[in-house]
Design a protein around this ligand. Structure first.
Ligand code: PLP
Length: 390
């Protein structure tokens, strides 16, 4: 059977393969510490779970509007206003089944053979995979350790050609934990004034996972690009809801009906109880979010200090998300080989940097969404392994 060519080019997220392999090893009786997968190790706060159960008991088990229930779209707009002072019309908010769905839809809208899409490298692997699926040319924007893993406006703008249709931004970022400062975003937006035909997808899914007093710079702050900005966000990370499959996006007027129709064709709507849970998440108490971020902050220090004490490893302090991206060049290992050896021989799951792009060579990603105790054990194992093999 011959499918369209895109399916020969589509990639995936190696974090899921590592999760599966870690599961297999654990099933064989091995003690595996998983610092591979990017999901909070906290349970969804109980009041959110209760809201979903209540919704089912109250009979919310049918289709909802394809765009999402109105109270939830209103709550998203109110939340963006509360946190950033942003004016968002609930009529531009789309409730989708996961953050990934927004990137899938946006890349599908702008990707085609002969067009170019700029995306961060190292970056979330699905950006490149989806770009290649559409036949568009993926144009990596280098994310450099020397810049604290923030993107560079100058380098981004220099990569624009007449074929560029979409620019993907991500801050706070996966996999490097970089946070782009406001001055850099200002420069980028100013430069984009000369390219009014280019759309922008801003992936802000880690917008509440910030440390050391960093502020989140949302692209919603720039009225001059609102007519071409797609904002990606959701509940997966902030409210520990990765398995609920929930996300939201803000779309400009010109694209809203297109995403609505895509929803009608592809997924109809997000399951109703999840939407009521999402509503409770935004309108209920926020202390669980703060407590989780405070705990990530503690672990961040632990992981960075521990990594910097390992032979051949150096790690800058990430300012956001829940990942560390240590430089492992001085160990003499190729990054993916090291990640694989650490899993198979030391029982520590991490992800090789090249799984996030060409510029990921020389790095591995550790998620510190695991207990402080497990992080300390993982670092001990890594030290023993690197010392033994070094
Ligand atoms: N964007 C980034 C940068 C991510 O790291 C992730 C998940 O790891 C997503 C989007 C997807 O989130 P979701 O699980 O809601 O689809």
């Amino acid at each position: 059977m011959k499918t369209i060519a895109g399916f020969d080019r589509i990639g995936e997220e190696n974090a899921f393969a590592v999760l599966a392999r870690a599961g297999e090893l654990a099933a064989e009786g091995r003690d595996i510490i998983n610092l591979g997968i990017g999901q909070p190790d906290f349970p969804t706060p109980p009041h959110i779970v209760e809201a979903a159960i209540r919704a089912l008991r109250d009979g919310h088990h049918g289709y909802t509007p394809a765009t999402g229930i109105l109270p939830l779209r209103e709550a998203v707009a109110a939340d963006l206003h509360r946190r950033f002072g942003a004016e968002v019309n609930p009529g531009n908010v789309m409730i989708v089944p996961g953050g990934k769905v927004t990137m899938f839809a946006a890349i599908l809208m702008f990707g085609a053979p002969g067009t170019e899409i700029l995306y961060p490298d190292p970056g979330f692997p699905i950006y490149r995979s989806m770009i290649e699926f559409t036949g568009a040319t993926p144009v990596p924007v280098p994310i450099r350790e020397e810049m604290g893993f923030a993107f560079s406006a100058e380098e981004t703008l220099a990569l624009i050609t007449p074929a560029t249709r979409l620019i993907i931004l991500n801050s706070p970022a996966n996999p490097c934990g970089g946070v782009t400062p406001r001055a850099e975003v200002d420069r980028l937006v100013a430069g984009l004034a000369e390219h009014p035909e280019i759309a922008i997808l801003s992936d802000e899914i880690y917008d509440q996972m910030l440390y050391d007093g960093e502020e989140h710079v949302t692209l919603l702050d720039y009225p001059e690009i609102r007519d071409r900005l797609i904002l990606l966000n959701g509940w997966s990370k902030t409210y520990a809801m990765t398995g609920w499959r929930l996300g939201y996006s803000v779309w400009p007027d010109a694209l809203y009906d297109k995403i609505r129709k895509l929803a009608v064709n592809a997924w109809s709507c997000v399951n109703a109880p999840s939407q009521y849970a999402a509503l409770a998440a935004l309108t209920g108490p926020q202390d669980a979010v703060g407590a989780m971020v405070a705990e990530f902050d503690n672990r961040r220090r632990l992981v960075v200090d521990g990594l910097n004490a390992l032979p051949g490893v150096s790690c800058i302090t990430p300012k956001g998300a829940f990942y560390a991206f240590p430089n492992v060049r001085q160990t003499g290992w190729k990054a993916k080989k090291l990640a694989s050896a650490l899993l198979e021989e030391a029982g520590v799951a991490t992800i090789g940097g090249p799984d996030f792009g060409i510029l990921g060579e020389g790095y591995i990603r550790l998620s510190y969404a695991n207990s402080a105790e497990n992080i300390a054990r993982a670092l001990e194992r890594m030290e023993a392994y690197l010392t033994r093999t070094g």
